[in-house]
Each structure stands twice: as structure tokens, then as C-alpha cells.
Design a protein around this ligand. Structure first.
Ligand SMILES: [Zn+2]
Length: 906
């Protein structure tokens, strides 16, 4: 098998007698084990009269098997032992995966294997779970991507399985005479065949042992020799092409999608011809489509290449975020796209050079691969096993053999007006119909033949259009630097009032990459709500201003981001360590230059206000959370307040603000990665030089509101669902209290889910979470329901929590031990890659943990926590009279207002 040069895992592909393709992976360094099984069945296989069946079956597999009849056994078992499990159902595939502490891997595999051999699919569980499916469907009713997807489904060839409704609900999955569970079983028996499945597993266990396990556990999955029939009908017939589609969004959105139909393009993967085409059309540097359309004031963003794809279709999309001007000029934008195409028609040597750039990057990416989260990686692998031959399971995503002219001509031949659909999404478009299920308003009409002919005749590019240049950032050699010191944690190289610089050379992951963080705290940024809003706007405008200039840097694997935090701005750069100093230097230069374009100011101000105002379309639980954090963090106002404040602000005020925000600042920086001490010193000199006009003496701490009494908020929401959030805040910053809250959350989360969602069927969105605000620990419990009011939800919640302490006392010593071990693994989880490690260092600095040992302190404290102590803590926290904040939704057609009620007891 082809693997990366820095990959020290052992791989062994094997096909079992029943046809199951398995990839065994031994990773001696892995702290966890994981498995993922992908089956070539998805919602395309749903019977026409049973839409949502594949998805329903996916849920049912978790709800009991012959040897483990209890619902949720795998979820319980994995969460008790430091892991988790999940699944998804796609168009043509469904996937199931879990991870767990190494010593429990075999047991978990045994539970998992029964999913695919003997699921119970009992009538009782089916009846209940149908409500969960229905709630999952309702949860997404207002979700624009679903709403737009449904329009797509209703405007294609109605005989193609893409036209089916994928999620399912109470209606499509209702009982017909007898319980639907019988049909689900038939569906399982027909489709869950070993010869349509792939399994990837990874563990420190030896390959030979892994093989013995898998053969004994998975050999009983049934198989037959039938090859799955290919989809025989095309996605689009000629009458579905050359169309104009209008869609009204739910949230504010102005978007143009120009879509070209292609057949299956899997055969191009060794050359990545389609992504190369997307790279050229989606380029953002000088002369590109993006740069030209942005200059005209028509667009805010452009991406190329996305779109649905499957075994007999691929949409090649140009997706464009429009300005108000752009909506009026959308036909001119389409004409510009066709005017750019002639540049691609006669590929010369320049194309080979551009292709080589992309290839170099992909090679660097392959050889400097960082480990991602095991569960994400393994689930991606089992899906890839359906698309690539055995020796390319791992490398398939990274292959780029050569610029293939035949592919290129073939691709260009598909980019024609007659093969195109145009989708315009805007609040003011004319609509004549609404979709099924999601009720999306839309209309569809023919594109005028005259205009199509005009488009077809465009043969010369517009004068300012140009192909990308060869990337200047790829010229420097990429090398790993010698290790200098063995220091285990970052060192503070500068410790002055107003300027701290922390540095650490990476000695663990050894990739030619690094991360640089710079926090700029400024009292101007938090003077009042308007200043906080302007800080957000500044970050957006800055990113917009520098986008074109640094696009080649981004392509060369360097990324940068200016964001806001409570109290100021954070600059974060990452990627290849070579060239990063130069990038930061140029970025700071732009920031201090402080000049912005008034047109872009007006555009971004409008966008940001709209974005904040559309917060009231978010799902109820999210709205309650945003109210919660606004109540407890004074520097984190609600979106509505921010929008109101920004609306009052003019360009002159903003310009004034841009100079003020950089006077009286405090700087904190972290450099971590493939750099030596002398590089750190170069960074320090550069920062000192760039910021020398700023007074660096600001001293301040982020304010927190602390709950001192029981508080209840009723939040008026315009949404059909109801919601409840209960938030407990620690009384002190003591480690012991942090640990008690973490542990309580860990113990309660599965049970809460089980009670509120599975047993009482209150809603799909149910959960608990350890949720600190700034450095103060906290825990949140939430539920959103289509059927019960917030007050009813609160009653259920109280019934659950009133007696919960007894559950803790009733835990056996073994259970208690395992719960602690499970949490301990989470706390002590090794940082998987350089990025995660950098993030942790940076978070420690933000929380003033200057010894970087919070993990150890938490672990030590957790070790000494007893069951009795946790039960006592639980009694105190879950007491009806305890200090907490309760947020309840209240339905309203009016604007959002908050009514604050405070009461001592309920
Ligand atoms: Zn689901």
C-alpha cells in the first residue's frame, strides 16, 4: 500500500470469505481504538413508497441486537470507556463508527458486529424511534441548506432516486396495517450484505490478533453474489437543463449558483482533473473571476467545484455570494464566467506549471500529514474503500499524476450554456410554487434561447482577465530544523508590561509547520456596545482587504485569520513554517495602515447587521444560549444589540476607531512549531517594529457576571419549537469545583438523553455539556421540543434532576471506577497533532494557566473524588432552590424581547 513517509502505522487489507473488505491498521502510539463500517446502501435505495427507510434503519441498529437487546448498549459502553459512537446515512452509502479505550476494543467490536448480523428492530423500539426521526426532520424545517436541497430534488428527473426525500418523517414512515418494523427488517435483509460493506479498524493490537477477532465476529454477516445494479436513469433529461430557478431563503441570503452537469467523475481521481479545473475557476488572485467581479462590487465570495455527486452524476458548481448590486447584475456575472472560459481552451506549458504547483502542495500535504482525530480518520477511510483500489486506500485523495489533456477537453465540453442551470437565491425573487416537506417558495423557467446562443458565442476573455501566476510562495525549500532544546512547555522570552512573547520549538510532531498567535487587547474595543460591534466589523473588513494579495500564500499552505475575542483582536497564522514571518509582517503592516474603502465598509456593515438580525431565525436552543452568554459576559452582547449599535455608525467614526483601537494596547504572542530560538527573536523584533507607535501598557481582566441568586429568563422566540436551557455556574474558581461539574456532566449526560429523548420523547435536540464561561466553570442542560412548552419541559427536567443523586449512590464500585476512568481519558487525551497542541497552549495562556498543567491538576483532583462527594455535590446543584439560570422560550409573533424574572424559589 502507498503510505506517507511520516506514517509509522502498519496496514493490512484483507477480504473475508463473505466478501467483507477489511483494512486492518496497527498504530502502536494510539491511545484509543476505533472501527468504522460503511455499507453501499443509502436513501437512494429507499422504496419509493417508504422514503426515509434507510435513515430509519440506521437509527434502529443502535436500539438492540440479539445478544445486546437493551437500546443504546454501544453508546453507553463507548461513553463509559472514553469513546463515542455515531452514524450517518447518505445518498448511496451509510456509515457506522465508534472509538473506545484500547482495553475495551474487543468487547465494543462484539457489540458493534451484532448490528450487522442480528438487529432486533423490535416493534416497541420502532414506535418510539419514529418520533425521534420526526423530530430530527422538524428540527431542520427552517434550515436553508435543506430547503434549497428540496428544490433541487423537485427539479430533476423525477425517476432518478435523487428525487426521493431522504430524512423521512411520521408520514412517510407511518404503519400501513402492521408495524413498519417488518418492512425495515426486509430492507435490512435485502441490503445489509457483507459484499457491499467495508470495514476499517485501528488499534495498537497486533494485526494477526485483529484478524482473528474480525474473522470470528464478522464472518456471520450474510452475503450474496449479486453485484448492485447501477442507476439506470440520468439525473437530468434535456428538459431539466438550461433552466433558471428562483428560491426564497428563510434567513437572509443572496446567492447565485451556476451549475454544469457532468456524469460520474470518479475515474479522474488519479489526475484530480476536476479539482484542478475548480482551482483555476475559483482562484482569487489578480485577474481572476473573483477579483474582477469583486472589483465591480457584485460579489463577496466565489467558490468553484462543489455540488452534489454520486455514482452516475456530478454537478460542477460556481457558488457566488452576491451583493445587492450583484443581484441586479447576475446575468452579467454569468456572462463573465463564459468570458473566462476561452482562457482555458488551449492549455499550454503554463498549465503544466500551474498543475505542478498544485501537485507540490498535495505532495507536501501527504508527507507532512498530521494525525487527525482517530474517529474522523477511520470513518473517512471506510468510505474511501468504496472508491479506491486496495493499494490506494490511503493515497487516493492525494494522487496527482500529470496534467491530462484529454480529461481537460472533456471537462470543458461540459461547461456549455445548454448543459447549465442557474439558481438565484434572494428574498425578493418571484416564486410560483412551494416544495413538499420544507415548503420552500421557488419557481423554475426556461433560459431564453437567444441568451443561451449569445453565451455560446462568447469567444474572447474580457480585457482584465488572466490565468493564475505560478505561486511565489512555493519557491523556498521546506525543511525540518534541528532540535535545540528539550523544554517541555513554552518559554516566556519577553515579559514586559503590555507585551508577552511565548515560544516553543515543536519536538514531538516533527512536521514543517507552525502556529503563531497574537492577541491585541484594547480598551477601545470594549468601550461600549458600538465599539464591540466596530471591532467585529474591523476584523471582517481587514480579511476582505487583504484577501486578493495573500491568496497565493493561502494556496501555498499558509493560512491567516483576524478574529475578535472579548477585549480585542486575535491574529492567527498557521501552516508551513517557512515564509510565515514574512506573512505576519505584511499582515501587521496592513493592520497598522488602517485605511479601508468606504464602499466595502458600507457593504460589510450591511452584511454584518443582517447576519446579527437573522440570529432570531436560529434554532431556539441556540438563541437561549446566546442570551445566556450575553447575560453572564458583559463583553459579549446579544446579536440584536450589536446590530442596533452598528447601524448608527458612519464611516468617519469607523476610521477614527481604527486608529484608536491600536493605541493603549496589550500584546500577547505565542510561536509554536518548526522554528528555532533565532526565528523567535526575528518575530519579536518584527512585532516591536510594527507596533512601536502603540502605547503598550493596558492592563485589564475580562469581566464575568457571577450568579448570586436563582434567575429565570423568558425569551420570546419566533419559532414553532419550544426550548429550555438550565445553566449551573461554579461558585468559585477552585479546581475541585471544576472537576465536580465535569464529572457530574459526564455521569448525567447519557441518562439525561435516555430519559428526555428516548424515554419521554420530548425532542431530538437534548443534551448536557460542561460549559465554562471565561475561566469560571459551568454546566448546561438543554432540550428543544416540537410538542411540549418550555414550562412542561422544565417539569420533566425537574423530575429527572430531583432524584438524580440517588442514581449516583446506587452506582456499583466498578461502574464508578469506570466512569472516572472514562472521564480521565478525556481529560488526559494526548494532543493528536501540532494544531491541537498549539490551541491548548494558547487556551492556557488565555486562562492565565502559565504552567500549562491544567490537565494534570484536573486529573489529580478527579482521582481523589469519591462517589459520596459527587452525590452530595449533585444534591446541592440539582436542588430546586440552588443558584442557577433557567432560560425558557416563549412563543411570539412579535419581535424578540426578554422578560427577566427573579425569584427565590419555584
Ligand atoms: Zn438521524
Amino acid at each position: 500500500m502507498n503510505i506517507s513517509s511520516n506514517d509509522n502505522r502498519v496496514y493490512h487489507p484483507l477480504k473475508l470469505d463473505n466478501g467483507l473488505k477489511v483494512l486492518f491498521i496497527q498504530d502502536l502510539q494510539s491511545e484509543k481504538s476505533a472501527a468504522s463500517l460503511t455499507v453501499n446502501v443509502g436513501h437512494f435505495d429507499d422504496p419509493w413508497q417508504r422514503q426515509g427507510m434507510a435513515h430509519f434503519l440506521e437509527h434502529m441498529l443502535f436500539l438492540g441486537t440479539d445478544r445486546h437487546p437493551e437500546p443504546g448498549t454501544l453508546s453507553q459502553f463507548t461513553s463509559q470507556h472514553g469513546g463515542s459512537c455515531n452514524a450517518w446515512t447518505g445518498t448511496e452509502h451509510s456509515s457506522y463508527f465508534f472509538d473506545i479505550n484500547n482495553e475495551f476494543f474487543y468487547q465494543a467490536l462484539e457489540i458493534f458486529s451484532r448490528f450487522f448480523i442480528a438487529p432486533l428492530i423490535s416493534e416497541a423500539a420502532t414506535e418510539k424511534e419514529r418520533n425521534a426521526i420526526d423530530a430530527e426532520f422538524k428540527l431542520k424545517l427552517k434550515d436553508d441548506s435543506r430547503r434549497i436541497y428540496q428544490v433541487h430534488k423537485e427539479t430533476v428527473n423525477p425517476l432518478h432516486p435523487f428525487a426521493k426525500f431522504s430524512v423521512g418523517n411520521k408520514e412517510t414512515l407511518a404503519d400501513h396495517g402492521r408495524c413498519i418494523s417488518h418492512e425495515i427488517k426486509d430492507f435490512f435483509n435485502q441490503h445489509y450484505l457483507a459484499n457491499h460493506m467495508t470495514l476499517a479498524i485501528c488499534s495498537p493490537v497486533e494485526i494477526a490478533q485483529q484478524i482473528v477477532w474480525i474473522k470470528s465476529l464478522f464472518a456471520d454477516i450474510k452475503s450474496n453474489l449479486n453485484i448492485k445494479a447501477a442507476i439506470a436513469v440520468p439525473l437530468y433529461l434535456p428538459e431539466h437543463q438550461a433552466k433558471q430557478i428562483y428560491i426564497t431563503p428563510h434567513k437572509h441570503m443572496q446567492k447565485l449558483i451556476v451549475s454544469f452537469a457532468m456524469p460520474n467523475i470518479d475515474g479522474f481521481y488519479r489526475h484530480k482533473s476536476v479539482s484542478f479545473l475548480a482551482h483555476i475557476l475559483g482562484y482569487e488572485g489578480q485577474g481572476s473571476l473573483y477579483a474582477i467581479l469583486k472589483q465591480r462590487g457584485w460579489i463577496n465570495g466565489l467558490s468553484a467545484g462543489g455540488g452534489i455527486n454520486g455514482s452516475n452524476f456530478k454537478d460542477f458548481n460556481l457558488s457566488i455570494n452576491l451583493t445587492d448590486e450583484g443581484v441586479a447584475h447576475y446575468r452579467d456575472i454569468v456572462e463573465s464566467i463564459f468570458a473566462y472560459l476561452p482562457l482555458l481552451k488551449n492549455p499550454n506549458a503554463h498549465f503544466d506549471a500551474l498543475y505542478q504547483d498544485k501537485k507540490t502542495l498535495l505532495d507536501v500535504a501527504f508527507d507532512n500529514q498530521e494525525k487527525s482525530r482517530l474517529l474522523d480518520w477511520i470513518s473517512g477511510l471506510s468510505a474511501n474503500m468504496h472508491h479506491y483500489p486496495e493499494h490506494e486506500y490511503i493515497s487516493g485523495d492525494f494522487l496527482m499524476q500529470c496534467f491530462e489533456k484529454n480529461h481537460w477537453q472533456q471537462l470543458l465540453a461540459w461547461l456549455t450554456p445548454l448543459n447549465m442551470r442557474i439558481v438565484l437565491i434572494d428574498p425578493d425573487v418571484p416564486t410560483t410554487a412551494t416544495t413538499a416537506w420544507y415548503h420552500t417558495p421557488y419557481s423554475i423557467e426556461d433560459l431564453s434561447p437567444k441568451w443561451l446562443q449569445q453565451l455560446d458565442r462568447i469567444a474572447t476573455p474580457q480585457p482584465d482577465m488572466a490565468l493564475p501566476e505560478v505561486n511565489p510562495y512555493l519557491k523556498q525549500k521546506i525543511t525540518l530544523l534541528e532540535l535545540e532544546s528539550k523544554s517541555a512547555i513554552p518559554q516566556r522570552l519577553i515579559n514586559e508590561t503590555g507585551f508577552e512573547f511565548w515560544f516553543k520549538q515543536d519536538n514531538q510532531y516533527r512536521v514543517a509547520k507552525g502556529h503563531f498567535y497574537l492577541a491585541i487587547d484594547s480598551l477601545t474595543a470594549v468601550k461600549d456596545v458600538q465599539h464591540m460591534a466596530m471591532t467585529r466589523l474591523l476584523a471582517d473588513l481587514f480579511m476582505d482587504k487583504v484577501a486578493e494579495e495573500f491568496y497565493p500564500a493561502e494556496l501555498a499552505g499558509l493560512s491567516y485569520q483576524l478574529t475578535t475575542h472579548q477585549g480585542g483582536l486575535t491574529l492567527h497564522t498557521s501552516g508551513l513554517s517557512t515564509n510565515q514571518l514574512g506573512l505576519v509582517d505584511k499582515l501587521l503592516n496592513h493592520l497598522y495602515d488602517g485605511r479601508y474603502n468606504p464602499q466595502r465598509f458600507a457593504e460589510y456593515k450591511k452584511q454584518l447587521c443582517r447576519h446579527w438580525q437573522s440570529g432570531n431565525h436560529n434554532k431556539p436552543v441556540s438563541q437561549l444560549f446566546s442570551q445566556l452568554s450575553a447575560s453572564l459576559l458583559p463583553w459579549n452582547p446579544t446579536p440584536e444589540d450589536l446590530a442596533q449599535a452598528l447601524e448608527q455608525c458612519c464611516f468617519a467614526q469607523f476610521e477614527q476607531f481604527c486608529t484608536e483601537i491600536l493605541s493603549e494596547i496589550r500584546l500577547q504572542a505565542l510561536l509554536h512549531g518548526n522554528w528555532q530560538r533565532q526565528d523567535a527573536e526575528r518575530f519579536i523584533n518584527m512585532i516591536s517594529l510594527r507596533t512601536k507607535t502603540s502605547a503598550k501598557n493596558a492592563e485589564f481582566a475580562k469581566p464575568n457576571h457571577y450568579l448570586t441568586q436563582q434567575t429565570q429568563h423568558r425569551v420570546l422566540l419566533e419559532h414553532a419549537d419550544h426550548a429550555l436551557v438550565v445553566y449551573f455556574q461554579a461558585a468559585t474558581d477552585e479546581i475541585s469545583e471544576k472537576v465536580s461539574l465535569m464529572c457530574l456532566n459526564h455521569v448525567v449526560s447519557q441518562d439525561y438523553f435516555q430519559y428526555m429523548r428516548t424515554e419521554k420523547q420530548l425532542g431530538y435536540l437534548v443534551g448536557t455539556g460542561y460549559a465554562p464561561l471565561n475561566s469560571r466553570a459551568g454546566m448546561a442542560m438543554y432540550v428543544q421540543s416540537p410538542n411540549y412548552t418550555a414550562d412542561e419541559l422544565l417539569k420533566f427536567h425537574n423530575t429527572f434532576s430531583n432524584s438524580y443523586a440517588d442514581n449516583i449512590l446506587q452506582l456499583s464500585d466498578l461502574d464508578w471506577h469506570q466512569i472516572k476512568m472514562g472521564l480521565l481519558t478525556q481529560i488526559q487525551e494526548e494532543d493528536k497533532n501540532l494544531r491541537v497542541r498549539s490551541q491548548r497552549y494558547w487556551l492556557s495562556l488565555n486562562n492565565n494557566d502559565l504552567t500549562f498543567d491544567m490537565q494534570n491538576r484536573l486529573a489529580t483532583c478527579l482521582n481523589s473524588l469519591t462517589k459520596q462527594q459527587l452525590a452530595d455535590f449533585c444534591k446541592q446543584v440539582f436542588n430546586v432552590n440552588s443558584i442557577k439560570m433557567t432560560l425558557l422560550s416563549e412563543q411570539s409573533k412579535k419581535n424578540i424581547q426578554t422578560v427577566v424574572q427573579q425569584s427565590k424559589s419555584l
